[in-house]
Design a protein around this ligand. Structure first.
Ligand SMILES: [Zn+2]
Ligand SMILES: [Zn+2]
Length: 324
């Protein structure tokens, strides 16, 4: 059994190996970062930090100031007692699962992951023969089952085209890193002008650099936004950003859009449940395929349902750190 400690907000430490996963504490000398979403960026102070090149660039653009050792997928890092390798996680550009090989067994930390992978990511891949799996279960309830990317991308394009044909401005509410660029990638074949919120705009350059087609885009401009497609986080609506663009039609793009009550909560015209996390069934299927000795479940309000389904498959599991 490999000892696991909580490290920081969402992070995990392997104290016997000096390794931090998305977090650090006094025991960690090397910290591996799965991706550039804020809750996974570690607070570090002089430790050696590793990330994929895309994640490293996104972290820097989001204000992370410590040095980062850029490490490609499949390029192992050797420490005195372990070997650590990044595998593509399919969640957002640069996202990685972290594979740690030790004398006590081999552990895979999923970070946030998605299979089938986001078409705006490097794909999804993992090593054979895993002893321990630490997996996120953000959508770990059987009410969550996603449609295919083809179906959801068609919905995105249809919503945009229909709205533009009605001489209205289509607005997609989505998170600034990952979901925004995935929606832009889905919209690219329409060859329409897209504007993206100022906080998301600089992050798009990293997608360009890694050859993900984001189409014809520019930063949000109050004077010229009318008639283009707008991509912005849902909380920007409160700032009155949309007040001068009329008429508009709004769509909320998120795994949480699977919950119908969000339509009235957010007052949007359409819900598009495009997620960059595993749905419940994808999670169980993947665990069955891997069949590790033990599964640790994180990022979930309640791990009991996942544990129940895994036990029916003969897979032992537990929630990791009840506070997570
Ligand atoms: Zn994430
Ligand atoms: Zn996360």
């Amino acid at each position: 059994m490999i000892t696991l400690h909580q490290a920081g907000y969402h992070g995990i430490a392997l104290p016997d190996y000096g390794i931090g996963l998305d977090g650090s504490n006094d025991s960690t000398s090397c910290v591996f970062t799965s991706h550039a979403h804020a809750d996974h960026i570690p607070r570090t102070n002089g430790q050696q930090v590793y990330a994929t090149p895309a994640t490293s660039r996104l972290m820097s653009l989001r204000g992370y100031q410590e040095p980062i050792t850029e490490t490609e997928y499949y390029q192992p890092v050797e420490t005195d007692r372990a070997r650590i390798t990044f595998y593509p996680a399919g969640h957002i550009l640069g996202s990685a699962m972290i594979f740690v090989e030790t004398d006590e067994g081999d552990l895979l930390y999923s970070g946030d992951c998605r299979t089938p992978p986001s078409p705006a990511s490097e794909g999804f891949d993992y090593p054979e023969n895993i002893d321990y799996l630490i997996v996120e279960a953000t959508f770990g309830l059987p009410i969550y089952r996603w449609d295919s990317h083809e179906v959801l991308f068609d919905q995105i394009r249809k919503f945009a085209s229909d709205t533009l044909n009605q001489d209205a401005t289509p607005v997609f509410f989505c998170y600034n890193l990952g979901k925004a660029q995935e929606v832009m990638h889905a919209l690219a074949p329409l060859q329409q002008r897209v504007q993206i919120h100022g906080a998301g705009y600089p992050l798009c350059s990293v997608y360009d650099e890694f050859d993900i087609n984001l189409g014809n885009y520019e930063a949000y401009n109050r004077e010229t936004v009318k008639g283009s497609i707008l991509i912005t986080p849902s909380n920007t609506r409160d700032s009155g950003m949309l007040n001068h663009i009329k008429p508009v039609k709004t769509a909320y793009v998120s795994g949480w859009a699977a919950v119908e009550s969000r339509r009235t909560q957010l007052n949007v015209d359409q819900l598009i449940p495009l997620s960059d996390h595993l749905d419940f069934f994808e999670l169980i299927e993947w665990c069955k395929k891997l069949h590790p000795r033990h599964v640790y479940i994180t990022h979930t309000p309640n791990s009991d349902v996942v544990m129940h389904y895994l036990s029916q498959e003969g897979i032992s599991s537990s929630g990791l750190f009840s506070s997570m």
